[in-house]
Design a protein. Sequence first.
Length: 129
Amino acid sequence: MEPVLHNGQTILVNKMAYKKPFSEVQMPDVNDIVIFRSPGDRRLVVKRCRMLPGDPIQISDTWLIVDGEKFFLTNRQKEQLFQNPVIPEGYIMVLGDNPFHSIDSRDYGFVPVSSLVGKVITPGSRIYH
């Protein structure tokens, strides 16, 4: 997938996209570009939501397969994903649009939906759900 965003680019973020008044956290849609704090250093990270809770993880040799698209896996990443063959409830899998140069759920695991800061608004996207 061709990257939509580039380093240094200014982005708009809808911080209410996944927070509904008087209810629990709203689940993102597949292919939403989300912003969250990385589990390790708590820096803001922008990635694409590729899998939702209950989605099965498909691995073939050294590849993670998501909607027919292949993402390379190291042995460590493969072992980590084998431990959870399905995306757990309350979590999503995020992947970078440039998979060979991206640190994402293959490295730091699934992202809790509760940690999402918001949805990145890209040109041509709808601001409100």
